[in-house]
Ligand binder design. Structure first.
Ligand code: WQD
Length: 351
């Protein structure tokens, strides 16, 4: 059984990807220092898959501690690297913490691929690397604009670090650029555990609907879009997860000829913020309490994916539509309300 190391395995996309990897016959080990997560989702992974996944509570910014994980797991075939800080607004307030954490951890991991001869590296990237694109939908070849935030810059720099390292021949890599991951696993045994007040749209919607926060704002309704609100490509987290399994399959089958290959992970459908709210209201039956507020600095106006490459190259078939995304997100929020063992209130400090 091929063993995959997943960094950030206790996190939202990491946990969903571990489920998909296990369901597709892979053995998985996680490294997550729980600075932005808790081990709670490991229980959900075990509930879905029957497998207990070991997590090494290690800070990847410590090279020695990272090496120790590889010394104990000599049979790792591939690495999927999720672990990073990812709050756009926070990155503007704390840029050095973002550059140090997101880049030092990546460099340490890449040094380990050389030290332990691990040839396959999948990187969690983001549509944020496109900045505010001149034309949409964006393809993988769309020129990158300056990132709108230090978070986005760490993704652009991360891709460059990987490209330069892959050219030395030590690894081959796949960069997966997520659009807006939302929703929860259909079993509702795992989902998103936003830390403190949610910055992202869908957790803000569900927490407002359940009364955890009194109301929410739509950030800007004067944009040049069909209804004035920003346009995004919302993609179900389980579809994102399966794309990672397909990327690992693709690499282990030797199909990736280039040192680095890039794939957009979006549905290919643009949805506005107001349309997303309407879809939520339709599936939940809840009239959402929101106000129309000012623009949020740093927001991209409109972006959605051309996903042809992932569909044809990886054989990626999208399973979930916008209503499924909202339905599972809402079911997860209801689960959080009744299941007191799951909590999101933990205060997390930057290192
Ligand atoms: C979406 C839209 C907001 C909250 C970021 C990262 C991206 C990815 C996903 C990691 C925007 C609007 C939001 C609210 C609102 N991260 N909004 N009211 O900024 O598109 O992308 O998260 O993979 O890399 O950049 O996501 O959900 O924060 O915002 O109106 O209370 O919803 O203004 O237009 P974003 P988001």
């Amino acid at each position: 059984m091929q063993k995959i190391l997943v960094t950030g395995g206790c996190g939202y996309i990491g946990a969903h990807t571990i489920v998909d990897l296990i369901e597709n016959g892979y053995d998985v080990v996680s490294v997550d220092n729980n600075s932005r997560s808790t081990p709670q989702l490991l229980a959900g992974i075990e509930k879905i898959t029957g497998k207990k996944v070991k997590n090494y509570k290690v800070d990847l910014c410590s090279y020695d501690d990272t090496v120790a994980v590889f010394q104990e797991n000599r049979d790792i075939t591939a690495i999927i690297h999720f672990a990073a800080y990812k709050a756009v607004g926070e990155s503007v307030a704390e840029p050095l913490a973002y550059y140090e954490n997101n880049l030092q951890s990546l460099v340490n991991l890449l040094k380990c691929t050389k030290e332990f001869q691990i040839p396959h590296f999948v990187f969690s990237s983001s549509c944020t690397v496109y900045g505010n694109p001149d034309h949409i939908p964006v393809t993988e070849e769309t020129p990158q604009k300056p990132a709108e935030s230090p978070y986005g810059a760490t993704k652009q720099m991360g891709e460059r670090i990987i490209e330069d390292f892959a050219k030395t021949g030590t690894i081959k890599s796949i960069l997966l650029r997520y659009f807006n991951p939302v929703g929860a696993h259909p079993s509702i045994a795992i989902g998103e555990l936003p830390l403190g007040k949610p910055a992202n749209l869908v957790p803000a919607i569900t927490q407002t609907a359940i009364g955890k926060i009194p109301s929410m704002q739509v950030y800007g309704t004067d944009y040049d879009t069909r209804d004035g609100s920003c346009l995004r490509d919302f993609i179900h987290v389980s579809d994102i997860a399966h794309a990672h399994t397909l990327a690992v399959n693709y690499m282990l089958a030797g199909k990736n000829e280039q040192p680095v290959e890039v794939f957009n992970l979006g549905t290919g459908n643009g949805v506005t913020v107001l349309e997303a709210i309407k879809a939520f209201e339709k599936v939940s039956g809840v009239k959402l309490n929101y106000t129309l507020g000012p623009r949020r600095p740093g927001d991209v106006i409109a972006i959605y994916a051309n996903n042809d490459k992932a569909v044809t190259g990886l054989g990626w078939v999208i399973q979930y539509n916008l209503e499924d995304m909202m339905r599972t997100a809402w079911a997860w929020e209801l689960k959080l309300k009744e299941d007191k063992t799951l909590h999101t209130s933990q205060n997390f400090q930057l290192n």
